[in-house]
Ligand binder design. Structure first.
Ligand SMILES: [Zn+2]
Length: 196
């Protein structure tokens, strides 16, 4: 019996419990064209990677609470002082000073619109989204960057007004806790676990 790896941090140290590396027996790889002679083996491996969010942790915590955090450069000496960044940038790319974390949930609710989009019929390994995936690039009033997300309901169009939705029920603490729907979508049409 194995237990999935669990981690917390106390006194600046990782405290881990359970299995982080799981080894399974492999199988031979044989060459059918030459009498099925042995040419190798498969090496199945299961591992649990500890992915630290560092300074971006508040962004992911906030998604689970239905809030969209951004950052802003408040350095008065910076040429681009006052710029708001979404996605969340820890440091200003122009002056390299640490940005201020701001709550832009209301701005996103009132001003989100599709800059451009891309519909993918197939996805890569480990993708958890249902295909076709409607990837959208979202622009917001007063924000100098564009956010990559996906449209969870309906079909995208350039310039379409959209609203953010948050997976407050059973959050994954990943970017998948944030998605968008067309403005005017009724709450009962949202995917499982999501709320406005
Ligand atoms: Zn700056």
């Amino acid at each position: 019996m194995s237990m999935i790896g669990q981690v917390y941090v106390k006194n600046n140290q990782y405290k881990i419990k359970g299995d982080f590396h799981h080894l399974e027996p492999g199988l031979p790889i044989r060459l059918a064209d030459e009498g099925w002679r042995l040419i190798g083996i498969t090496n199945p491996r299961t591992l649990t990677h500890m992915h630290s969010y560092g300074g971006e942790a508040p962004f992911f915590e906030a998604l689970s609470q239905g809030k969209l955090l951004a950052t802003r450069c408040d350095n008065p000496q910076c040429v681009h002082h006052g710029s708001v960044y979404q996605p969340f940038r820890i440091h200003c790319p122009d002056c390299l000073v640490k940005n201020t974390v701001i709550d832009m949930t209301d701005i996103a609710k009132k001003t989100s619109r599709i800059h451009t989009f891309m519909v993918c019929e197939r996805s890569g390994a480990f993708s958890l989204l249902d295909t076709p995936i409607k990837f959208i690039n979202v622009e917001f009033d007063g924000v100098c960057t564009i956010l990559m997300s996906y449209l969870a309901v309906g079909d995208p169009a350039i310039g379409m007004r959209v609203r953010p939705i948050f997976k407050k029920q059973d959050p994954t603490f990943t970017i998948l806790d944030l998605a968008f729907v067309p403005d005017g979508t009724k709450e009962d049409r949202l995917p499982h676990g999501f709320q406005f």
